[in-house]
Design a binder for this molecule. Structure first.
Ligand SMILES: NC(=O)c1ccc[n+]([C@@H]2O[C@H](COP(=O)([O-])OP(=O)(O)OC[C@H]3O[C@@H](n4cnc5c(N)ncnc54)[C@H](O)[C@@H]3O)[C@@H](O)[C@H]2O)c1
Length: 249
């Protein structure tokens, strides 16, 4: 019960890394607000948590819309009385080099991946201050640290998250609000399956990870539990790779 008594919001928790984190957070004692634009998937995450005795509520939001971000924080406070943890995890992947990238695709990628982190944090921080502190965790990517071919908008958004994380860590350290991000390597999730082409392409991705496999959603979930917990009480402003060694070389 590493998160006993904590209240957490997890965005993008209808699927993939977010769902794995939501179920693990609940197992570890947190009450979880599952926030996602996919209502059916989010409801399924909530059902999974409740079926195993955990506490969870769902809210349908678009992380890129300010009113939705505010409503998500209000929901956590209305349902569970406070907010200790915000896990800004929702994201989309767009694979195009700059010359082929429509302006709309660029805007959508930056709005969801980067502005979504800004908005969620903007509304969560005052609530955390009222409660005496908190932990914000952002899902960046290895492509926040190194670049990937055909991932211009995605890499820009994730690089932005890494430095936004550091900036918020500095601004709110004195308020006992810790801000960290996780930089996963390739993890087998619905998002990855959507963007992967051939078997050869899959194997090429595997080969880029020195550990010789892709990640599993539960492996980033454990990193998030650590950063959310009091075990990480002196850890702020970090970009934690969970990447099987991808960025070590
Ligand atoms: N899967 C990987 O290999 C990998 C690697 C590095 C980083 N990441 C990052 O991990 C995070 C989760 O990705 P995943 O792999 O679990 O993908 P996923 O597609 O399985 O899950 C993403 C979730 O975000 C939600 N979402 C998308 N746009 C939204 C919006 N505007 N408002 C609210 N919710 C929205 C989706 O409905 C979905 O439930 C993303 O930020 C992604 O960039 C994934």
């Amino acid at each position: 019960m590493r998160l006993a008594g904590k209240v957490a919001i997890i965005t993008g928790a209808a699927s993939g890394l977010g769902r794995a984190s939501a179920t693990l957070f609940a197992e570890q004692g947190a009450a979880v607000v599952v926030a996602d634009c996919n209502a059916a998937g989010a409801q399924e995450t909530v059902t999974q948590i409740r079926d195993t005795g955990g506490r969870a509520e769902f809210i349908e939001i678009d992380v890129a819309v300010a009113d939705d971000a505010a409503a998500m924080v209000a929901k956590a406070v209305a349902c569970f009385g406070k907010l200790d943890v915000l896990f800004n995890n929702a994201g989309i992947a767009i694979r195009k080099p700059v010359a082929d990238l429509d302006e709309d695709d660029w805007d959508r990628c930056i709005d969801i991946n980067l502005k979504g982190v800004f908005l969620g944090s903007k509304y969560a921080i005052p609530e955390m201050m009222r409660g005496g502190g908190g932990s914000i965790i952002n899902t960046a990517s290895i492509y926040g640290v190194v670049a990937g071919r055909t991932r211009a908008a995605y890499s820009a958004s994730k690089g932005g998250i890494v430095n936004l994380t550091r900036s918020m860590a500095l601004d709110y350290a004195s308020h006992n609000i810790r801000v960290n991000c996780i930089c996963p390597g390739f993890v087998e999730t619905p998002l990855l399956k959507k963007i992967l082409g051939t078997k050869e392409e899959f194997q090429a991705l595997v080969d880029m990870h020195p550990m010789g496999r892709l990640g599993r959603p539960i492996e980033t979930a454990y990193a998030a539990v650590y950063l959310a917990s009091d075990e990480a009480a002196f850890t702020t402003g970090i970009a934690l790779p969970v990447d099987g060694g991808y960025t070590a070389g």
